[in-house]
Design a protein around this ligand. Structure first.
Ligand SMILES: Cc1cc2nc3c(=O)[nH]c(=O)nc-3n(C[C@H](O)[C@H](O)[C@H](O)COP(=O)(O)O)c2cc1C
Length: 334
């Protein structure tokens, strides 16, 4: 399939694997890129720029196809050495960066000088327009359904994507709630040039996380995510578990007076415990509502091949089937 995104990133299929803390290692990014999508290494999971450089080199050993690096811009008080991370990205020959969190404006000159294409992930039309204005090449429009940080507008993709299509000149992919061919075909209809998946890619054979995580995703339903940290305007969609129940209890008690220190045990240092040790009740970790659509643990290639084959079938048979005979005849002539 050819779209503005496959052309921009020189990939076969319009499917991106979003950066994921303690999931987006070389194994997953390499597998996604080898399957014709765009794999992305999560920059800040690597504790130092030197470690990121090694992870990038490892991914080059796994694939000859393009892959990217995610740079998540955190609140200023905990800023990692971003210029050094960008140097590791540049020196690693990376030509695609997914930015997220705060605006990448400050780092755009360095990224652009290195010939890097920037796709910024954000949760509103106004932030997408800002990304366009500061020179981002594309946007990943992340709806309220998404795993991770959906922002504070609570705008689902059925509204957000057509609104983005009305306003944006640069191409965008749909992010949040994407699982299969139905997702892809639907968002193409709404104006997107592809889709970005997070949660779905965790339940794949190559995702380098504990089996307990994959099993938990298959077992969970669309009703099993919760929003946490709303009171401190850092809303995150996570999978419900005993740690999240504790966190929500503290949030109920503290109300609007909640401070990050009150919930540190349930949100800090959780990812290695969950993703590496398989301790599923350790605390809050991102998970999208799309978990209700995850019923198996395929290889990345099986997943992507299935999406693309089913998408073709959906377009040719289901959608074309709705057209009247006259329209179909004119399509054949064209
Ligand atoms: C476990 C997990 C960790 C994530 N970590 C990050 C991250 O570090 N940086 C980032 O920009 N997005 C992160 N995300 C968000 C994903 O890149 C993606 O935007 C999101 O998962 C899309 O929604 P979906 O889960 O419904 O597919 C994470 C998502 C998950 C599920």
């Amino acid at each position: 399939m050819k779209t503005a995104i496959t052309e921009m990133f020189n990939i076969e299929h319009p499917i991106i694997q979003g950066g994921m803390h303690f999931v987006g290692f070389a194994e997953l990014a390499g597998a996604v890129s080898n399957a014709g999508g765009l794999g992305i290494i999560t920059g800040l999971t690597q504790r130092t720029p030197e470690l990121l450089a090694k992870e990038i080199a490892r991914c080059h050993d796994l694939t000859d196809k393009p892959f990217g690096v995610n740079l998540t811009f955190l609140p200023a008080f905990s800023a990692p050495p971003y210029p050094e991370y960008i140097a590791a990205i540049r020196e690693g020959g990376i030509k695609i960066v997914e930015t997220a969190g705060r605006s990448p404006e400050q780092y755009m000159p360095a990224l652009k000088a290195a010939g890097i294409k920037v796709i910024h992930k954000c949760t509103s039309v106004r932030h997408s327009l800002k990304a366009e204005q500061i020179g981002c090449d594309a946007v990943s429009v992340d709806g309220f359904e998404c795993g991770g940080h959906p922002g504070e507008d609570d705008m689902p993709n059925m509204i957000l994507l057509p609104r983005a299509a009305e306003e944006l000149k640069i191409p965008f992919v749909a992010s949040g709630g994407m699982a299969d061919a139905r997702s892809l075909v639907a968002v193409l209809a709404m104006g997107a040039a592809g889709m970005n998946m997070g949660t779905r890619f965790i339940a794949t054979k190559e995702a380098p996380v504990h089996d307990n995580v994959k099993k938990a995703l298959v077992a969970a339903s669309e009703l099993d995510t919760r929003l946490v940290m709303r009171a401190i305007r850092n809303t995150e969609r996570v999978l419900k578990n005993a740690g999240v129940d504790r966190l929500l209890e503290i949030e109920r008690e503290k109300g609007a007076k909640l401070k990050i220190e009150d919930i540190r045990d349930e949100v800090a240092g959780v990812y290695p415990k969950v993703m590496i040790d398989g301790d599923m009740d350790a605390g809050a970790w991102s998970c999208g509502m799309v978990v209700g659509l995850i019923h198996d643990i395929p290889t990345v290639k099986e997943l992507i091949d299935r999406i693309m084959a089913d998408a073709e079938e959906l377009i040719r048979n289901r959608l074309m089937g709705f057209l009247d005979t006259e329209s179909k005849a004119s399509l054949k002539v064209a």
